[in-house]
Design a protein around this ligand. Structure first.
Ligand code: GLC
Ligand code: CA
Length: 544
């Protein structure tokens, strides 16, 4: 296999609960995924990242694992998984597993035993602390809001949970626990998986418990970052993990909370031998409040500069924790198709490995359920309570919760225009978006101008051009607030991406004569030296 093969991947993320239901219980499953492998292949991607399919009580939708070495019955069996792996491999699709090792479920056997007494085989697998003056050991809060401590009577102690109380944090200062986790990772490698997306990994080592961050300045995720993101102990555990990945030639992408590019460098540079690349986690509420195209460009430039000679980037605008990209960064109304295609073009023609989140390729949009009870996501519910506590009215709190909700990305995949979008014949666990009557795979398959077919073209273009995968990056029109444009170059091959990331028209001067058009989202004439770009117009040119 070629060195750095992970730089030539285009990854498709599946959120199993919402992808395809094979047995009509309203919940997606592995057999459903198998039935759609040909579709996934038809997009042109060459890897699948599977969000967790392990045993779980689903308090955080599978990111709370109760058995690492088995499949949740609602998703199928280990045999189904093996069939999926073989069939994916036969189609030359790599399989990347989600690895959730910062915490387990509170229903994991280890935790059940650990909670029973202070002196048992698993008693130090989690982070336990005596009460202080009859209360929580300190003022730490969880990422999802509320105290990060939960009391257990049998031990007369509190355990730490940086996420929900159903997700107790593991204690990596226990050598036995660490070995157990590493053995489990090997077990999956032996089974033949090709890589791992490693969940919430920047939090492994905690700060001393006497550390007390200022509550006024930080809530939820920000609070946890302050407590324990990126500590040296965490980096050394990642380095140990990397050795296992390397033995099996597995790729790795870490999901990390970072506050600047220097921290991103630590996780994703080649020379430090941690991950091959990293997914920086930014809370949706922060993105909603701060997003502008020029901020996006600024952060891409910064991370490019710091990693260009020594690392790789995970390129994504969507995942199961974020609002839908066309609703968040584009315009899901008037310039819906144009902006969805612009976002695809930008992401797939940058250096770094592109990730597509299921449904993004057909331009799925945010879902706005009319009442809180229709939401499932624990984070949405806690966020709503938090906004109320901050003094917002019920109406305003709910509106904000609808915008940031992780359920925006989790509504079922829209396969066709039938009652439940072809996802299932029974009422799905989470409501299908009403717009499935027009936005669906079946419609878009047959329409050469669809978002889906645009993705297929763009991916093909990327995978057949080394300059677009490995070439240098140089931003052009840097002074414009509206244009997001760049050059890619390798061994004399040069491409130019020009996009008008705005709702307005924009006049540009550019020597179009010297280039041929490869693809665009409008039928403009790109031959004069000046041109008025239409709203969200996006094009790729190749130097003659
Ligand atoms: C990551 C996951 C998210 C989950 C959290 C806790 O951020 O992407 O879905 O809730 O970790 O495991
Ligand atoms: Ca099912």
């Amino acid at each position: 296999m070629e060195k750095d093969w992970y730089k030539d991947l285009v990854v498709y993320q599946i959120y199993p609960k919402s992808f395809m239901d094979s047995n009509n219980d309203g919940i997606g499953d592995i057999k459903g995924i198998i039935s759609k492998l040909d579709y996934i292949k038809s997009i042109g991607v060459n890897a699948i990242w599977l969000s967790p399919v392990y045993c779980s009580p689903f308090k955080d939708n599978g990111y709370d694992i109760s058995n690492y070495k088995d499949i949740a019955p609602v998703f199928g069996t280990m045999d189904d998984f093996k069939e999926f792996l073989t069939k994916a491999h036969n189609l030359e699709l790599k399989v990347i597993m989600d690895l959730v090792i910062n915490h387990t479920s509170d229903e994991h056997e280890w935790f059940k035993i650990s909670s029973k007494s202070r002196d048992n085989a698993y008693s130090d697998y989690y982070i336990w602390h005596d009460p202080v003056d009859g209360h929580e050991p300190n003022n730490w809060e969880s990422c999802f809001g509320g105290s990060a401590w939960e009391y257990v009577k049998e031990r007369d102690q509190y355990y730490l949970h940086l996420f929900s109380k159903g997700q107790p944090d593991l204690n990596y200062s226990s050598p036995k626990l660490k070995k157990e986790i590493f053995d489990m990772v090997r077990w999956w490698c032996e089974l033949g998986v090709d890589g791992f997306r490693v969940d919430a990994i920047s939090y492994l080592e905690k700060a001393p418990f006497t550390y007390s961050p200022n509550k006024e300045n930080a809530m939820g995720y920000a609070f946890c970052m302050d407590i324990c993101s990126g500590r040296e102990g965490t980096h050394s555990i990642i380095k140990e993990l990397r050795k296992i990945f390397d033995e099996y030639n597995c790729m790795s992408v870490g999901e990390v909370s970072v506050s600047n590019v220097e921290e991103l460098y630590k996780y994703s540079s080649d020379s430090r031998k941690e991950f091959n690349m990293a997914i920086p986690f930014i809370p949706p509420v922060v993105e909603i409040d701060t997003f502008t195209p020029s901020n996006m460009r600024k952060s891409i430039i910064e991370s490019y500069e710091i990693l260009k000679s020594d690392g790789c980037w995970a390129r994504f605008l969507s995942n199961h924790d974020k609002p839908r990209q066309v609703s968040l960064y584009g315009d899901d109304k008037k310039y819906y198709k144009e902006s969805a295609k612009l976002l695809a073009l930008i992401t797939h023609l940058l250096p770094g490995t592109p990730f597509i989140y299921q449904g993004e390729e057909i331009g799925m949009t945010n879902i706005y359920y009319p009442t809180l009870s229709e939401y499932d996501d624990i984070d949405t519910k806690n966020f709503y309570e938090h906004e109320l506590a901050e003094g917002k009215s019920k109406e305003d709190a709910f509106k904000r919760a609808q915008m940031v909700s992780r359920d925006n990305a989790r509504s079922p995949m829209q396969w066709d225009d039938t009652l439940y979008g072809g996802f299932s014949n029974s009422k799905p666990w989470l409501g299908v978006n009403d717009n499935h009557t027009t936005i669906n795979v079946k419609n878009e398959n047959n329409d050469i101008t669809s978002i889906l077919n645009f993705y297929r073209n763009i991916i093909k273009i990327r995978l057949t051009s080394k300059a677009l995968r490995r070439g240098t990056l140089e931003f052009i029109f840097k002074d414009s607030e509206k244009l997001f444009a760049y050059k890619r170059e390798l061994d004399g091959e040069e491409y130019v991406v020009i996009t008008n990331f705005s709702k307005d028209e924009e006049l540009i001067n550019f020597p179009f004569d010297n280039y041929t058009l490869v693809i665009s989202n409008y039928n403009s004439n790109y031959s004069k030296s000046s041109l008025t770009l239409k709203p969200y117009e996006a094009l790729l040119l190749k130097r003659k």
